[in-house]
Design a protein around this ligand. Structure first.
Ligand code: PLP
Length: 450
C-alpha cells in the first residue's frame, strides 16, 4: 500500500517520538514495525525480532492471538463506544467484576481510564478529595519514593522521583515528601545490604511520623521501581512500608501499572507480600497489549466518602471521554480468560527459573555491575568500572549501543539509561527466552568489550 521508503521518510519527517532525542533519531535508518506474530515483531523489510520488552511491558499472550483479535472484532461489530458518564455498558461491567475478583482483598470499586498516568492521577485526586470531604483539610501532600515513576502527566510527575525526567518541571509540580529508594546497589543511605537492617524503612517511618497529619497517601511501585532501571526491593520492604502507612492512618496507593498481570510471577505484586492497598493502579498488561485501557481500584471506605445528596457536590468530578471503552474492556476480559485457560502463571514458574539460570553468567562480564530480577522483570546495570561502580559517561550512550547491537541480532529491547531491560511476554517459549538472553549477553559483551 505504502512504499517502505515513503514510510521511513514520513516517520522521520512528521513523527516526534516519545522519550527519544530526535537529533539522534534523524540520523538513523528508522525501523518500522509492520506485523506481530506471537512473541516476534516483523518490520517492513520482513526482518523478524524477538519482542524482548513486550512492546514496552504490555504484551502478555503474544501478538495476533485469535481469541484476543476475535474479542475485539466481535465487540467492535456490536458497540465500539458509549459513554460511562452516568451510563453502563456490557464489557465494562463484566470486566469490573473480574478485576475485583482478581485484585487484592478489599478493593471493591473500579474507575476506568486510558493510561497508567491517568490511573495514578485518579488515585491521587481521589485520595485528596476523600480527606477533604472527611474534613481533614490539612492533608494536602503525598509521600512517594526517589527513583519512583508513575507516569508523565503533571500530577503523576509530581509524585515521580527520577530527576532526569522530572527536574525541569519542578516549578509546575505540587509539593510532596520523598522517602529514599531501596536501591541497594547504590544505597542512598550509603549502607551495605548485609547489615543495613533496612534502615530505609526506618527513614520512611520517621518521615511518616513527622508529617502524618499532612499526608493523604503513600504512593509506591510494589516490588520493582521499573522505569528507574528495574530496581528490585529487598524482601519485606513493601510489607514494612505498608504496615507503617496503615498504622499511621495513611491511604496506600499501589502503582501496579508495570508489575500487574503476571510480570513478577503472581497476578499482582502486592500478593507476594500479602498487602492490601487502598488503591490499585493498573494499565499496561490489562489488555494483554492490544488496546489502551487502565483502571484504578479502591475500597468501599474511600468510595463511600464520595456519597451524599446531589447538591452536596461530593461527586468525583473526573472522567475521560473514552473511559470504560467497550472494545478495550472486551479484549481485557479475553486477556484474563486466557490467563486461566492457558495456566499462564503456573507455566511461568519454570520460565522464571530458566531466566534466572540464564542470567547467572552475566555477572561475570567485566562491565556488568548488577543483574536484578523479579519474575519476568530484569535489569542489567552496566558500569564503566565494576569495582567503584562508576557509571559510563552519558555521551558514550552505552545502553543505546547495546540495544543497537541487539537489533542487528534480531532482538528489540530498550535501555533505561545504562540499564539493559529484559521483559519478555509471559507466553514466550523456552527456546525464544534462551535466544533473548543469548543476544543480550553477546551484545553487551561486544559493546562493552568484555
Ligand atoms: C508505564 C508506567 C506508568 C505510566 O503508564 P502510561 O500508560 O505510560 O501512562 C505509570 N506507572 C508505572 C509504574 C509505569 O511503569
Amino acid at each position: 500500500m505504502y512504499s517502505k521508503k515513503q514510510l521511513k521518510e514520513w516517520d522521520k519527517q512528521y513523527i516526534w517520538h516519545p522519550f527519544t532525542q530526535m537529533q539522534d533519531y534523524g540520523g538513523t535508518d528508522p525501523l518500522i514495525i509492520e506485523r506481530g506474530e506471537g512473541c516476534y515483531l516483523i518490520d517492513t523489510e520482513g526482518r523478524k525480532y524477538i519482542d524482548g520488552i513486550s512492546s514496552l511491558w504490555v504484551l502478555v499472550h503474544g501478538h495476533g492471538r485469535k481469541e484476543l483479535v476475535g474479542a475485539i472484532a466481535k465487540q467492535a461489530g456490536t458497540l465500539c463506544h458509549s459513554t460511562l458518564l452516568g451510563l453502563g455498558n456490557v464489557p465494562s461491567a463484566a470486566l469490573a467484576k473480574m478485576l475485583v475478583d482478581a485484585a487484592p482483598r478489599g478493593l471493591k470499586k473500579v474507575f476506568y481510564s486510558d493510561s497508567g498516568s491517568t490511573s495514578v492521577e485518579i488515585a491521587l485526586k481521589m485520595a485528596y478529595q476523600y480527606w477533604q470531604q472527611k474534613g481533614e483539610k490539612r492533608r494536602k501532600r503525598f509521600l512517594s519514593f526517589t527513583n519512583g515513576y508513575h507516569g508523565d502527566t503533571i500530577g503523576s510527575v509530581s509524585v515521580g522521583g527520577i530527576d532526569l525526567f522530572h527536574k525541569v518541571y519542578r516549578p509546575l509540580l505540587f509539593k510532596n515528601y520523598k522517602a529514599p529508594s531501596p536501591y541497594c546497589y547504590r544505597c542512598p543511605l550509603k549502607l551495605k545490604r548485609k547489615d543495613c537492617g533496612m534502615a530505609c524503612v526506618e527513614e520512611f517511618r520517621r518521615i511518616v511520623q513527622r508529617n502524618k497529619d499532612e499526608i493523604c497517601a503513600v504512593v509506591i511501585e510494589p516490588l520493582v521501581q521499573g522505569a528507574a532501571g528495574m530496581i528490585t526491593q529487598p524482601k519485606g520492604f513493601l510489607s514494612a512500608v505498608w504496615k507503617i502507612s496503615k498504622e499511621n492512618g495513611l491511604l496506600f496507593i499501589a502503582d501496579e501499572v508495570a508489575t500487574g498481570f503476571g510480570k513478577t510471577g503472581t497476578m499482582f505484586a502486592c500478593e507476594k507480600e500479602s498487602i492490601r492497598p487502598d488503591f490499585l493502579c493498573i494499565a499496561k498488561g490489562i489488555t494483554g497489549g492490544y488496546l489502551p485501557l487502565a483502571a484504578t481500584l479502591t475500597t468501599e471506605e474511600v468510595f463511600s466518602g464520595f456519597l451524599g445528596r446531589f447538591e452536596e457536590f461530593k461527586t468525583f468530578f473526573h472522567g475521560h471521554t473514552y473511559t470504560g471503552n467497550p472494545v478495550a474492556c472486551a479484549v481485557a476480559i479475553e486477556n484474563m480468560r486466557l490467563f486461566k485457560k492457558e495456566q499462564t502463571l503456573k507455566k511461568l514458574k519454570g520460565k522464571i527459573a530458566l531466566l534466572k539460570d540464564e542470567l547467572r553468567r552475566f555477572f561475570d562480564l567485566p562491565h556488568v555491575g548488577e543483574v536484578r530480577q523479579q519474575g519476568f522483570m530484569v535489569g542489567i546495570e552496566l558500569v564503566k568500572n565494576k569495582k567503584t561502580k562508576m557509571p559510563y559517561p552519558p555521551a558514550e550512550k552505552i545502553g543505546q549501543k547495546v540495544i543497537g547491537e541487539a537489533r542487528k541480532r534480531g532482538v528489540i529491547i530498550r535501555p533505561l539509561g545504562d540499564v539493559i531491560v529484559l521483559m519478555p511476554p509471559l507466553a514466550i517459549s523456552e527456546k525464544a527466552l534462551k535466544d533473548l538472553t543469548d543476544v543480550a549477553y553477546s551484545s553487551i559483551e561486544r559493546i562493552t568489550g568484555g
